[in-house]
Ligand binder design. Structure first.
Ligand code: UDP
Length: 384
């Protein structure tokens, strides 16, 4: 059945706007729950990460009703924003949804929210209230999420801290709901209901008995010299520990590929691999002994799974991961990372503490809670 089919008991028409890998991973369970509900659901893919999204649509068994194909080589953020706004406006004018849902902090989220607001369509924001507190770091994501926070009518916050942030910004309590983050729904669902594919099986063969340090890095603020320093520190660490290996799915961004090739190519026990499909990545994360990453979503996933994590950033907009005792900030200098890696690897108490993970980012029911709130404006009486 097409996701835009109208059911006989249809009441609400919900349009979901997304365009990047993390948005689809986080919204996949929400879209599934909406499609099982009485709502009519229209999925609008802006196409920011088109290659990475196709297998995810298959995994979640959802498919876009509109594909806006907004990416063009070398376009500025403003050109992207203008293209998004123009194409989204045409789709919203045709579809006339009752609500538009956006997630997080991307250009798709910002322009989805603004275009809906300009058409008097209420906006629901998933992962609301997340802040670094620094207007231009991460750039432009921090400003995007602040602006979506002003545009939205309904705020679906992952944590109590996110709710408090929104209250401090003047959002009325009645418009904020702490639901947890649906990334945890996606994580548990994928871990429990998929099997490792060929790419993951190949990784297991290459890794053998070594403990896996799972590495990802791609954020703009870490590119160039900083990223190369991080990678050099990792290489020194692996060279000093024969029981350990690094598995690094290299992000397709040219600067990440260049840095990985320059610093880590052909080094024993360092496995540079292509970006993994999400379900294989979840199995890799489950196998990992330690995680080293600058990703936002992976901080949430590692915390839920109880994987000791060094965050390749000087600060995090997810302090709950650090407060849970599972993540540690690894700063941005080579000295810090080399020292932290060695200290971390020797810290048995830390590994013991992390076992079992923390539910601070959600318990796996966020998608059902958000769906119920979108459709009925109220919470589930009880989540089965
Ligand atoms: N991820 C994936 N394959 C990979 C690396 C990451 O599917 O090779 C997933 C990961 O599980 C997480 C999401 O991509 O849910 C994180 O995306 P990314 O790091 O690009 O963005 P961020 O979370 O920093 O916004």
């Amino acid at each position: 059945m097409s996701s835009s089919s109208i059911r006989p008991d249809c009441r609400t028409h919900v349009a979901v706007v997304l365009g990047t890998r993390p948005e689809l991973i986080k919204m996949g369970p929400v879209i599934q729950a909406l499609q099982k509900s009485a709502a009519r659901t229209t999925l609008i893919n802006t196409g920011q990460h088109s290659d990475l999204l196709t297998p995810l649509f298959d995994l979640f068994q959802i498919h876009p009703d509109h594909d806006l194909a907004v990416m063009q080589a070398g376009q500025s953020l403003n050109q992207l924003g203008a293209r998004l706004q123009e194409r989204l406006d045409t789709v919203l004018a045709t579809e006339q949804p009752d609500t538009v849902l956006v997630q997080g902090d991307t250009a798709s989220a910002l322009m989805g929210g603004l275009t809906a607001f300009n058409r008097h369509i209420p906006v629901g924001h998933v992962e609301a209230g997340l802040r670094s507190g620094i207007a231009d770091n991460p750039f432009p994501e921090e400003m995007n999420r602040r602006l979506v926070g002003r545009l939205a009518t309904w705020h679906y916050a992952s944590t109590e801290r996110n709710r408090q942030t929104l209250l401090a910004e003047g959002i009325d309590d009645s418009q904020i709901f702490v639901t947890g983050n649906p990334v945890i729904d996606a994580l548990f669902q994928t871990r429990d209901h998929t099997r490792p594919g060929p790419a993951m099986q190949q990784v297991r063969e290459r890794v053998g008995d070594h403990k896996i340090v799972l590495v990802t890095t791609h954020r703009r603020e870490n590119q160039s010299a900083t990223m190369r320093q991080h990678l050099r520190s990792l290489r020194q660490f692996v060279e000093s520990r024969p029981d350990i290996c690094v598995v690094f799915p290299v992000h397709p961004s040219p600067s990440v590929k260049d840095a990985a090739a320059a610093e880590l190519a052909d080094i024993d026990r360092i496995h540079l691999i292509d970006p993994m499909g999400y379900s294989d990545f979840v199995h890799l994360l489950s196998d990992a002994w330690m995680v080293v990453s600058d990703s936002g979503g992976i901080q949430e996933e590692a915390t839920a799974l109880g994987k000791p994590m060094l965050v390749l950033r000087a600060n995090t907009e997810r302090p709950e991961a650090v407060e849970s005792g599972i993540a540690r900030l690894a700063g941005d200098t080579q000295i810090d990372l080399t020292r932290l890696l060695s200290e971390a690897a020797a810290d048995e108490a830390w590994f013991a503490h992390c076992q079992g993970g923390s539910p601070v980012f959600g318990d796996g029911t966020a998608a059902r809670q958000i769906t119920e709130l979108v459709i009925h404006g109220r919470r589930l009486a009880a989540v089965a």
